[in-house]
Design a protein around this ligand. Structure first.
Ligand SMILES: Cc1cc2nc3c(=O)[nH]c(=O)nc-3n(C[C@H](O)[C@H](O)[C@H](O)COP(=O)(O)OP(=O)(O)OC[C@H]3O[C@@H](n4cnc5c(N)ncnc54)[C@H](O)[C@@H]3O)c2cc1C
Length: 423
């Protein structure tokens, strides 16, 4: 006799922050729902990342009283930006709109993702670790049959809604025949861990160090302090540049290590080098309404094109999807709910992502990077705005464009005069 497949209200592929937070959100909004969460990895699992989580993630965790998973983690209080010619600025993380905490944590993803997944497990989500998503087939009532497998067995489920949260190389997205981001709209980056006994001494506080257009032309490098002497370092470039200039990520990382050492940072025990793609939110896939399938997180190209931050947007997408669909699962309106989720996400972040894409264009020019950092080092409003783009949902209004544009053409001496009379 054929086995009847288990039925779920929601089946989520990918248990990273986006997928796990979608599961947490569904269960909090309606504890009676049946939610399945599938991941090809067995947790705790590593993920190539800078490991920085800012005010957005903190507020996403607070929504369902889950901020306790950050307890005991050291807080980062500032950012330091470097550009060509050693122009550098250090700034406190400004108070951000919509969120209470202007704090950043640097928590290795092997820990962070496991803690978020455990929250989902505690809520009664069925988690299938070590199983890969294979394919889906639609049924007449718009439910979907979903096949997953591991080395020993295939499992089949029926679900009312399928969520693709399976990251930058999403198989769910491929099965939907959505195009991947073009090389211009994605980056490749490599991460490594190092020990540095003197990083905090050199920068005098726990600061996130960003470096633009220095160790890699048109590239971006970071050094983020985690617990103790542990530092997450890395470097990334747009894939278009990577291919055109035939670059090698390991060489880029070596360049950045030399750059850190030239600033006096002691670099010991370089390990766990791992590279991966970052699909930018400057190009998002358009939904095929034929199926009750939603994409969230990297699977749906939600990474900030300026900062490379993606955890917050993925987690927020998981919540917005649950919010817009959890009441519709027993109706024939699931597809409308998925549309509402897409619209709400786009409305909230479109201008922000556009502004970050524009900032990325400016920062790809060494001349403009130098100019921006010069302006910012003499003008608190500009540096606050740049940091808000990195960590908040800030966007450029026409007024802002004129204000910053005007400062760009003003001689530096006049700018510093203006700042002095201001303070
Ligand atoms: C080098 C680098 C540095 C970054 N730095 C930062 C940073 O400092 N801060 C920040 O916010 N963001 C950063 N990002 C972006 C961030 O890592 C992603 O945006 C974030 O991980 C997206 O979460 P997600 O849940 O969508 O996907 P992921 O975290 O990638 O999770 C996807 C999950 O799906 C699983 N999966 C994949 N395929 C299948 C399948 N076929 N079947 C079942 N499961 C599957 C994977 O095992 C994985 O667990 C960085 C990215 C890179 C590459």
């Amino acid at each position: 006799m054929e086995k009847i497949p288990k039925t779920y209200d929601v089946l989520i592929i990918g248990a990273g922050p986006a997928g796990a937070n979608a599961a947490i959100s569904y269960k909090n909004l309606n504890p009676d729902m049946t939610v399945g969460l599938v991941d090809k990895a067995i947790f705790p699992r590593d993920k190539s990342c800078g490991d920085a989580i800012g005010p957005g993630v903190i507020s996403a965790l607070k929504r369902f009283n889950n901020e306790h998973i950050l307890e005991g983690e050291p807080q980062v209080v500032s950012t330091t930006l470097y550009g060509p010619d050693n122009i550098g600025i250090q700034n406190y993380i400004p108070k951000v709109k919509n969120k209470e905490d202007s704090i950043v944590y640097v928590i290795p993803r092997v820990d962070l993702d496991n803690r978020i997944l455990n929250l989902a497990k505690e809520l009664g989500v069925d988690v299938y670790e070590g199983y890969s998503f294979v394919d889906f087939t639609p049924n007449e009532d718009r439910s979907l049959n979903v096949l997953i497998k591991n080395d020993n067995q295939n499992l089949e489920f029926v679900t009312k809604i399928l969520v693709g949260a399976d990251g930058a190389n999403s198989r769910v997205r491929k099965k939907l025949n959505y195009k991947p981001n073009s090389d211009w709209h994605k980056a490749i980056a490599i991460r490594a861990y190092i020990d540095s006994p003197n990083y905090l001494e050199i920068f005098e506080e726990r600061t996130l160090m960003f470096e633009i257009n220095v160790s890699a032309d048109k590239g971006y490098a970071w050094a983020f302090p985690s617990k103790g002497n542990l530092l997450n370092i890395g470097i990334g470039v747009p894939v278009s540049i990577f291919k055109k200039d035939k670059l090698d990520v390991n060489v880029l990382l070596d360049n950045f290590v030399s750059e850190l050492e030239s600033r006096g940072v002691v670099v010991e025990n370089i390990r766990k080098q791992k590279s991966y793609l970052l699909p930018f939110a400057s190009s998002r896939p358009k939904r095929n309404k034929e199926y009750n399938i939603a994409l969230i997180g990297d699977a749906s190209s939600m990474i900030n094109p300026m900062s490379g931050e993606g955890i917050f947007y993925g987690m927020e997408a998981g919540y917005l999807l649950a919010k817009n669909t959890h009441k519709l699962l027993d109706s024939n309106m699931i597809s409308i709910g998925i549309d509402r989720y897409e619209k709400e996400f786009t409305k909230r972040f479109k201008k922000h992502f556009l502004s970050c894409a524009l900032a990325r264009l400016i920062l790809q020019s060494p001349f403009m990077t130098k100019r921006l950092l010069r302006v910012a080092s003499n003008d608190q409003d500009t540096i606050d705005f740049v940091v808000e783009l990195l960590f908040d949902e800030a966007y450029l209004t026409l007024k802002e464009v004129f204000k910053i544009g005007y400062k760009f053409v003003l001689p530096t001496k006049l700018l510093s005069l203006g700042q002095k009379t201001h303070s």
